[in-house]
Each structure stands twice: as structure tokens, then as C-alpha cells.
Design a protein around this ligand. Structure first.
Ligand SMILES: [Zn+2]
Length: 180
């Protein structure tokens, strides 16, 4: 049996992020720079990656956006300041994924509620999965469940994410049960 590569996926990691194109790369980078990594200090990581992060009130379900300033070439991330800080963390992680993996494909990303639109677009699906791994690395997630607590609320508090994000991450790592 041969392995076949999914043809619609054409990731061209921008050359400035060749060394930082996976969640694991970013966590190692953050650690080297002295940032907290369990859970990760995601807003400082965005800044270290050269992204300008702005918080402003946005409409309803809009989570955030990432845009390249055409004049300066700077990447600007906007996060909905009305959302819960845990939700903002997911937004920041998701936009970081767009920056390091999809910047060669587009220079404007606008995001509404994650998960709801599902995997209609491979970049969105990839950014969600990237964000979940960055915020809840499998080893840390498994360690927490096995040694501290397996309730969704407790895991969400520890990793500073929404309980919805915890449930999706748990499912992707093969956990099942009452709480997860
Ligand atoms: Zn997105």
C-alpha cells in the first residue's frame, strides 16, 4: 500500500518561519526565550514572533483577524476584547498558526466562531488543530489528566482555554468518558 498525499494541501511555510512551523517548534522557541510554556504565554509568543497584537471590541461571533499591512509589511493581529480571556488565547494561537503556516497563501484572515464552520477550509482546520496543540500539548494534557484531574473544568482552568476546546482536544487524543 502506498501513502498518498492529500492533493489540496499546499502548505508553503514562509521562509522566515521555516524553523518555527510546528506547535512543538514554537513551544521550544518560547521556552528558550524564557516564556512560561505550561500553559504557554501565548500573547507574549505572538509578540516575539513579530506580530502586533491589538485588542478591540468586535461584533458578536467575530473572534479576531490577522492582516498584513500593505505599506509596512507588518502583520497585525486583532483580538475581540469582548471575549473571555480563555477564548482570546485560542484566537491568538489560531492566528499564530495562520502567520507561521499560511502567510504565503493569503495576507488576510478573518475569523468568526471557531469549530462551528467545521473543516470547510483546510487552513481553518489546520489552524484549529495547531492552536489546540500549542495550548494543550499532548504530553502535558495527558500528564494532567493522569496525575491531577480529569474534569473538563479543571483542565480548562489549568490550560486557560474554554471547556469546549478541552472536549475537542480530548476527543482528538482518544479520550472518552463522562467528563471528557
Ligand atoms: Zn482562521
Amino acid at each position: 500500500m502506498a501513502f498518498v498525499r492529500k492533493s489540496e494541501k499546499r502548505v508553503q511555510v514562509s521562509s522566515d518561519f521555516e524553523e518555527l512551523s510546528t506547535p512543538e517548534d514554537l513551544i521550544a522557541f518560547a521556552s528558550k526565550k524564557g516564556l512560561e510554556t505550561n500553559p504557554i504565554n501565548i500573547s507574549e509568543l505572538a509578540i516575539l514572533l513579530g506580530i502586533q497584537v491589538r485588542y478591540q471590541p468586535m461584533q458578536g461571533e467575530e473572534s479576531g483577524s490577522l492582516k498584513k499591512d500593505k505599506k509596512t509589511g507588518d502583520w497585525i493581529m486583532t483580538v475581540n476584547s469582548l471575549h473571555h480571556p480563555h477564548r482570546q488565547r485560542f484566537t491568538i494561537a489560531h492566528e499564530i498558526a495562520h502567520r507561521v503556516r499560511h502567510a504565503a497563501n493569503s495576507d488576510t484572515f478573518e475569523d468568526a466562531t471557531f469549530f462551528r464552520n467545521g473543516d470547510s477550509n483546510w487552513m481553518e482546520a489546520e489552524a484549529n488543530s495547531f492552536a489546540a496543540t500549542l495550548l494543550m500539548p499532548s504530553e502535558d494534557f495527558e500528564y494532567y489528566i493522569e496525575n491531577v484531574s480529569s474534569t473538563v473544568e479543571s483542565i480548562a482552568m489549568h490550560f486557560k482555554v474554554s471547556s469546549h476546546a478541552v472536549r475537542i482536544r480530548a476527543k482528538s487524543l482518544g479520550y472518552e468518558g463522562h467528563n471528557l
